[in-house]
Design a protein around this ligand. Sequence first.
Ligand code: HEC
Ligand code: HEC
Length: 275
Amino acid sequence: MLTKLAKYRFPALIAAAFFVCNAGAQTSVTEVRAPAESSIPAGPRGAAIQEGRKLMNETHQRLPKNVGNGLNCTNCHLAGGATANASPWVGIWGVFPEYRARSGKLISLQERINDCFERSMNGKPLPYTSTEMTNILAYMQWLSTGVPTGVSVAGRGFGAIDQKLKADPNHGKQVYADKCASCHGADGAGMKNGEHGYTFPPLWGADSFNDGAGMARTYTAAAFVKHNMPLGQGGTLTDQEAVDVSEFFTHQPRPVYPGKSHDWPLGDKPKDARS
Ligand code: HEC
Ligand code: HEC
């Protein structure tokens, strides 16, 4: 009788346990996609997510004390940070703190965000406990919904580029005139949108990222350009064209970041880092 009961109950228990586990588990996300809008909750957390998103899309206008150029975060982290190979923020929540060779140590997500404020935005860091920083974190956490902790999504960063190609800035100048100047301007200054930032963001000059930014490095810029530019025609340039045009525009005059002399403190500075 006992054996009979055990035989009967055991599979039922397993089935029940399986059902419970499955019902509790979220679908695992390992590629870049934004969660459904409807998943933004009501209440304070939802308000923070919405506010954080606005700060990322309208950074220049909304954070004038922290932004020293004409850019918004999403000029590079395209479509709200939800585009593969345009350094998406999907999944970023679960991978920091992370070791960064440029810093020579483990850094928090707040530190990483401030790195872009100081370099890409040529501006000033946000206090770690500010409402603005908390809202940005809430937005990035929401974007990372369903991505397991510790997992880098496919499409993190800017995608592959052939690092062995030698850059030819003269050819790059020609590529720029042919394929970029129509939007970013013959002088790289972009096209302004009234008082509030740019319709087409600048690629060099006073309103651009500084020379300590990742985008000021030829091969980092080339990976971004190869996969995302000209806008709407990502993937149409060859690796050589992307490297040449990036060598050209990254080395035009731009704001100087004095702190870059402290970068790569362990001596593993990459060859395209600016000095
Ligand atoms: C001019 C282009 C540009 C702008 C504008 C920009 N970033 Fe970045 N961002 C980069 C680059 C380039 C990297 C990667 C650098 C590297 O790994 O060398 C990056 C990396 C990051 C990362 C880490 C991504 C990862 O996968 O580790 C975060 C987070 C980030 N940026 C946040 C921001 C925020 C917040 C803003 C606005 C305050 C911003 N960025 C503005 C170019 C930009
Ligand atoms: C059709 C117009 C258009 C063309 C052509 C174009 N871009 Fe862009 N580019 C944009 C826009 C718009 C953005 C900002 C995207 C956003 O905010 O969603 C951008 C962003 C960028 C950025 C990051 C933001 C910044 O200002 O630093 C770089 C770098 C860039 N483009 C380089 C290039 C290069 C190099 C070419 C030529 C190979 C090119 N683009 C061609 C419209 C264009």
